[in-house]
Design a protein around this ligand. Structure first.
Ligand code: NAD
Length: 326
């Protein structure tokens, strides 16, 4: 990437946005971050950080001024407990952010726009078994996505396509599958399964019981943040305009995830299952055939290694905040 490139990352106060800015800065790029908040755990390395509400047109216009590329990561989002509880506000706010960001990118003559879509766009009827067939990009149609969050993501994928068709704005669409890693939200209601399980295991004593949402047999695949950053930057640089999965093909049950986190923590925990808690689709995994062929991208970090790094960071944060004794 040329060092004269000017890049905007929205959602710069969030998990992926903050990591992405660190990565872009390491490669010598000038970066503007935009978000309604600063990152929680360390200052942003962005050259310019705009505190701005991107639901508003003026905010989007200001953020996209003078930049060549946009990674649009800003969204109201969280784990399954959050996205199943908040439909109207989340879908409305995210549609506003995405529609205004695309139009502002067009007006300010941005050359490339990457949208962070989600595996939640996939048809729910194709995810009813724990032993799910890995999802190919075409499995998003006929449309039957996750209510609220999934519909909003699928609609914005379509908007990206229209902005290329009608205005030749070069759009890229990453369908992200369950990201995890250090510096992510691990408490407070928006955390996702890996972070929630790491926190519960860290706070448990050896032999304690922890609560698991669902029956533990539901399945997912998990992508470590560094692999995601490789995929996002490769996708931005590529000529491919269709949606591409960025996920892993390793399917694990939530129970097995707990085993792996317990192993990273060197603790034994027992489990109390709560089937009344939201668990989303029964099974979900990524088919990486197209992304492998298109970008030559494959995740490199094993789940064991990624969990060890993530657990160590969450345990350290809990100690630092006084919630866990040293
Ligand atoms: P995050 O919640 O950590 O970051 C999102 C950021 O967007 C937050 O810092 C938030 O303050 C900001 N934001 C929300 N509303 C805003 C507004 N009105 N104006 C400006 N900023 C606003 O989430 P993340 O995990 O970093 O996710 C980044 C993107 O990737 C999101 O679009 C998300 O939907 C998508 N995604 C993430 C995952 C995952 O597993 N983390 C999976 C699929 C898709």
């Amino acid at each position: 990437m040329a060092s004269s490139m000017r890049v905007l990352v929205t959602g710069a106060g969030g998990f992926i946005g903050h990591h992405l800015i660190r990565r872009l800065k390491q490669s010598g790029v000038w970066v503007r971050g935009a978000d309604v908040r600063h990152p929680d755990y360390e200052p942003s390395p962005a050259d310019d950080f705009q505190l701005v509400d991107l639901r508003e047109w003026e905010g989007c216009l200001q953020a996209t001024r003078g930049v060549d590329q946009v990674y649009n990561l800003a969204a109201d989002m969280g784990g399954i407990g959050y996205i199943t509880a908040v439909h109207a506000r989340l879908a409305r706010d995210n549609v506003l952010i995405n529609a205004h960001m695309l139009e502002a990118a067009r007006v300010n003559r941005v050359s490339r726009f990457l949208f962070s879509s989600s595996a939640c766009v996939y048809a729910q009827a194709k995810q009813t078994e724990a032993e799910v067939t890995p999802l190919k990009e075409e499995d998003a149609h006929p449309a039957d996505p996750e209510p609220g969050y999934g519909w909003e993501k699928l609609y914005t994928e379509e908007l990206c396509r229209y902005f290329y068709q009608d205005h030749r704005l070069e759009t890229r669409v990453a369908r992200l599958h369950n990201l995890y890693g250090p510096l992510g939200c691990y408490d407070g209601g928006r955390e996702k399964s890996v972070a929630a399980i790491c926190r519960k295991v860290a706070l448990a004593r050896d032999g304690d019981e922890i609560e698991i949402w669902g029956d533990g047999e539901q399945t997912r695949s998990y992508l470590y943040i560094d692999d995601c950053l490789d995929g996002l930057t490769l996708l931005m640089a590529s000529d491919y305009r269709g949606p591409l999965n960025l996920g892993t093909e390793r399917l694990v049950t939530i129970d097995h995830l707990v085993d792996l986190v317990s192993c990273a923590a060197a603790k034994r925990v027992t489990r109390r299952y709560d089937p009344a808690k939201p668990q989303g689709v029964r099974g979900r995994s990524s088919d990486n055939t197209r992304v492998r062929r298109t970008l030559g991208w494959d995740p490199k970090i094993s789940l064991e290694e990624g969990l060890a790094r993530t657990y160590a960071w969450i345990a350290q944060e809990l100690r630092r905040s006084g919630k866990l004794s040293a």
